[in-house]
Write a protein that binds this ligand. Structure first.
Ligand SMILES: Nc1ncnc2c1ncn2[C@@H]1O[C@H](COP(=O)(O)OP(=O)(O)O)[C@@H](O)[C@H]1O
Ligand SMILES: [Mg+2]
Length: 582
């Protein structure tokens, strides 16, 4: 066991623990987000450091501090007269004493308890973490229900402690994926991807903090571990093919299609732009005006500047003309509109406004009046075949196009998933089971704003959770703009630096017991650090994000044997033969 860092001097379950550091430990080594273990009498408490303070035992020292070059007096005071304290938020308890059998029976007890009220709990709020070890080790993890007694010692977390809770990435019995490392250790922090894809998740953080990189990591993990199929609405064209990396020099990183070439398909709304960027085999995607339903228009009412009355009139037109309502409307003359209104009780002014505004749709590059081929079906077929689909917007990435297309495609795919899921529920036949689908959307607050969330497909998906095998991965820099109810359904929250109080509050919506993590969130580095909490991790944890670089591509991709130097290839072949016993 290594050296203790300090002892518990006071604390409470709600406010956390106060630790007095031992004299030889410098406060300067303690930083917010650090991972520490308090060894209590019966349990180990895994904690996150939330604050650092300086203390003095007597006001006289403050009134009369030693002079800066009086090293001797400073040393005399250190540890007795002056000391450092840190505050810890206990996040998880690990019972040390229970023997194996006991653990097993307690485990099943916990499980049956979870089973009984699991449902209610899920409905009302999200959990801070899963509190389940991501290994097959016989250990029992518990949410913190008590605190360690006075003068318990505090230690740096050991790699062993960490592994037993977070598991191994290459564990064949699990779907663990390493998302990074704790701040001051080099051991992987794994997400349980099976649990991850079961619920909708969020990646949050200010602009430039690494959301796109994190998202790319997560998508790569899902592809590599085959946890689900992905449908990505790639607003800024950065997931499929080469994306720019900020830095002193201009450099790019690989997109998912380059790492997993056979498994990822790209579609584009702007074929020229995609081709210019060097993607040769992206498939074109067109939508027909006859595919646009009133519901689709409703979501972009704000972008098109449509009034309630216009939407009502759109419904009347739709009732009259069916799926050709937009083409019909656009070709109507003023007299036609007048006649229509006389007959069908539409409102002339609203219909004319609607006509003017829907003309914008006609001019969109990817919009045809009718499409000979149903491209959305094609996307669906790709997904059914287990291919991951990335849809690029190129120059068509304004909010109107992004929302319209994302909504149109998602609504139809969701509809098909509901059908499939219902077939499966009836037949219970494994071959009917739809493949879990994860839909990635950016600028999510636009789709999940409280004023529209009840009428959009995304609100529905977030709320119905795993029922139809479709979940969301939402990427957003302004979580406070997202409806509270949706936020509280988010399973796992991966959050990079946020400064805005409202945004920080939003992250903790619906999770109880996370209050003292607020300070951690606002003190993260501005890049490549994130706080992870929720369903897919055994306990909340701060990570340095896994670098997305050459090494990562190699770890994710299948090895390209043809490009490997001969010597290395022969050595590996030899090792493989030995494994097989030749
Ligand atoms: N995991 C990572 N690996 C390598 N570089 C990263 C990583 N995360 C962030 N970065 C750096 O931070 C920059 C900003 O990240 P990005 O994901 O584009 O931010 P955001 O999407 O939040 O605006 C990147 O260009 C890159 O240089
Ligand atoms: Mg980004």
């Amino acid at each position: 066991m290594d050296k203790p860092l300090g002892i518990v001097i006071q604390g409470s379950l709600t406010a956390g623990l106060e630790i007095r550091l031992h004299p030889d430990i410098s406060v300067e080594d303690m930083r917010v987000g650090k991972f520490l273990v308090v060894r209590g009498v019966r349990a180990d408490f895994f904690c996150i450091l939330t604050d650092v303070c300086l203390g003095t035992s007597s006001p006289r020292i403050m009134a009369n501090p030693p002079s800066p070059d009086d090293d001797f007096l400073q040393m005399v005071l250190a540890g007795s007269g002056t000391y450092g304290t840190i505050e810890l938020a206990p996040m998880l308890m690990l019972n040390r004493e229970a023997n194996r059998n006991e653990v097993r029976s307690q485990k099943s007890e916990v499980r049956s308890l979870n089973g009984k009220n699991g449902h209610d709990e899920e409905k009302n709020s999200s959990k801070l973490a899963s509190f389940e070890a991501q290994t097959s080790a016989d250990i029992q993890l518990l949410p913190v229900k008590t605190i360690p007694s006075h003068f318990s010692q505090v230690y740096d977390a050991q790699e062993r402690d960490f592994r037993s809770v977070f598991g191994w990435e290459d564990d064949p019995h699990r779907c663990n994926f390493s998302i990074g490392e704790p701040l001051d250790m080099s051991v992987p922090v794994c997400l349980d991807l099976h649990r991850f894809v079961e619920r909708s998740n969020g990646v949050f953080g200010k602009s430039g903090t690494g959301k796109s990189f994190l998202t790319r990591l997560l998508l790569a993990g899902i592809i590599r571990k085959q946890a689900a199929v992905n449908l990505v609405f790639d607003m800024h064209s950065e997931y499929g093919w080469e994306a720019v990396k900020e830095g002193k020099q201009f450099s790019t990183v690989k997109g998912l299609r380059q790492i997993f070439s056979g498994q990822v398909e790209m579609y584009t709304l702007d074929p020229e732009s995609t081709r210019r960027r060097g993607v040769r085999d992206a498939q074109e995607l067109y939508l027909g005006l006859d595919q646009v339903e009133v519901e689709d228009i409703k979501l972009v009412a704000h972008e098109l500047n449509l009034s309630e009355a216009s939407i009502d009139n759109a419904n009347i037109l739709d009732g009259e003309f069916g799926k050709n309502w937009i083409t019909q409307l656009v070709s109507m003359t003023n007299e036609d509109i007048q006649m229509f209104c006389d007959e069908k009780r539409g409102h002339k002014g609203s219909i004319m406004a609607l006509q003017r505004k829907l003309m914008r749709l006609e001019n969109l590059k990817y919009m045809r009046s009718t499409c000979p081929k149903n491209y959305i079906d094609q996307v669906l077929q790709s997904l059914k075949a287990g291919k991951h689909v990335i849809i690029e917007f190129g120059s068509q990435s304004d909010m109107l196009s992004y929302m319209l297309v994302t909504n149109m495609i998602t609504r139809r795919i969701h509809r098909s998933y509901v059908k499939q899921a219902e077939t499966y529920l009836q037949s219970k036949n494994v071959s009917d089971r739809p493949q879990q689908l994860v839909i990635t959307i950016e600028e999510a607050h636009r789709f999940l704003d409280p004023s529209i969330v009840h009428s959009t497909i995304f609100g529905t998906i977030a709320r119905e959770m795993r029922k139809y095998f479709v979940t969301l991965l939402i990427v957003d820099q302004r979580p406070s703009g997202i409806d509270n109810e949706v936020m509280s359904q988010i399973g796992t929250r991966i959050t990079a630096l946020l400064n805005d109080e409202k945004d920080i509050d939003a992250i903790f919506t619906g999770v109880s017991g996370a209050g003292n993590l607020r300070s951690v969130l606002s003190k993260l580095d501005s890049k490549q650090q994130a706080l992870i909490l929720g369903h897919a991790v055994p306990m909340p944890v701060v990570v340095k994000t896994r670098p997305y670089d050459q090494k990562f591509y190699e770890e994710m991709g299948d090895r390209d044997w043809s490009e490997m130097p001969d010597a290395q290839l022969f050595a590996l072949a030899e090792a493989a033969k030995n494994d097989l016993g030749f």
